[in-house]
Design a protein around this ligand. Sequence first.
Ligand code: CA
Length: 698
Amino acid sequence: MSDIKAQPPRAFSAGRKYSPILISIGLAVLLLFTVRGGDGTVDWPLHGLTVGEERFSPLDAIDRGNVHRLGLAWRFDGFAQRGQVRRGNEATPLVVGGIMYVSGPWSMVYALDAKSGELLWEYDPEVSGNWIRKTCCDAVNRGVAFWNGKIYVGTLDGYMDALDATTGKRVWRTDTITDRLRSYSITGAPRIAGKNIVIGNGGAELGVRGYVSAYDLETGKLAWRFFTVPGAPEKGDEHPELTMARTTWSAESRWDIGGGGTVWDSMVYDPDLNIIYVGVGNGSPWPVWLRSPGGGDNLFLSTILALDATTGRMKWYYQTTPGDSWDYTATQHMILTDLEIEGRVRKVIMQAPKNGFFYVLDRETGELLSAEKYTRVNWAEKIDMATGRPVLTEQANYKDGAKLIWPSTAGGHNWPPMAYSPDTKLVYIPLLELPMTFSMHKNISYRPGNVNVGARVFPPRPGSKEAQGLFNSVMMAWDPVAQKRVWQSDPLPWWGGGVLATAGGLVFQGSADGRFMVFDAGDGTLLKEIETGVGIIAAPITYSIEGMQYIAVLTGFGGGIKRFLPGVAALKYDNVPQLLVFKLDGKAVPLPPLLEKAEIQPPGIARSTDPVVIARGQKIFMDNCARCHAFRGAANGYPNLWNLSENTYAMFNDIVIDGALDYGGMPNFADELNREDTQDLLNFLISDQKTLRQKLKE
Ligand code: CA
């Protein structure tokens, strides 16, 4: 074991380009926490650990030679649960001064002793359960920020809360939402940028206009706001960048739908340049033909923005997918580091956005240095280095007919963060391999507050010719200078968790089938796997207390992913949200209870068998319920509407209209459905239950 005291985190070491004078006072505070005086304590104080969010730790007490001894140190399973649904866990925990701060479902925050796992406090922002209707992808949260004795959390219902890190009591709260009638939410981790805390919102699939907001760290007062797309022209442009962006939208654009461009996940702050880099999401609706008739690049959709952290003014931008029509967000994890390219050390920003190209840009100027396909891509041939634009293929255009397009709307890489090791000089990407068939809705019937993507997408049928690589998730090591793959893991079930790399020569990742895996960072050898019984989508962290290195990761499958995909742990075990912390010579992880087979409920009694009523009920199901509840039911996800109890039938209106289960996350639809609608819905469910049960008998 090497001497941890001698190894300050790399972001602060002398070899890096960050001038100590230019590092703000706050970062100096973090430094104090990070390397505490000589007792072998090394924290994880920032979302991506280092200033560049490399997710590379200098800790090396756990290494290639001893990682086979990795076992459980402690476990926390006290995450609050509302209702029946086991929600996903996506957060990266922080460790500051030996205390772990982690967010869970419903934006709750927990402070734990990072050595013993003892719960010190918990904070419940009391998110309205009804707000789940305004989200695309579960009641998840991807992490908190720490600054000068405060913890910052963005809540699902759109508030930015600052908490006292010692007590968990709220110090201030700010509403980040410009229009609470629209479907805005927060699931991302806020970032510290100079004197501000910065946060964006989710909601592009539901018809919103994207923006990112910066608030004073001490007071919560709005410092600046940058809208990522123009609004309705008659209202005028809020800032000059929008006047330029407007020239890339047609005059007949669907301003009423909002345009999209939400900043729902990745940001990274360079204190040296005082720039906050912001990843911007997809358009709303998806096809540019519907969104901005006549086309156009539609700035700043699917763009990396470089904004002055003090003023919010734009320094440069790079649009990864001009005229995005494929849900190709540029919200994926961005890493800042120094790379030697053609004999010159460059300050770079790297991203593997959904669109399948790995980008390396000069982060001072925005100059594109290289871009190559990191996975199968057929919507574009290549990125033209002279213009920085993708060269589209005929396959990209699904305006006049369905097309099978790689990557899928899930992207070649989604939000689970990658990692970069300055030792191996490799980026470790949790890759997703899947195409989808895209077809366009001829007309868009815009229903405010509902999913309005204007396109239909579905994966190819398993076993079909197109299904090659279907639902694979792969751990891949990528050389960002040579722009080529160095190694990759065996295929894993869809989809893999975020990544941690360490100076122990190791790469850590969890998988959907509930394994926690450790790879050799150099050649990809699988050195260790621990069976946890719960799918892992979150990213691991590492820290050290009194010279003992720990690895921590959240379990709990969910988010935007359905739980009934082949091979996922949630089909076999209870999908328990928990925090697992490992160390050398720890214990075995206790497996969660096996899923119990659902009791078959007595058949429902139909009030009507009129096919018109049934068809109407089916449409109501598809429009309102299918976003969460699987058609004809599924194990261990949202409640199976094809197997309701007599009690639930009796309470149907209380639940769907009057909100009896609002708090638990089954929202009421009083604004959308009346009692006649719910009767039609019920008649459809009961009629189709009969059909389904008959089918299962045959
Ligand atoms: Ca999207």
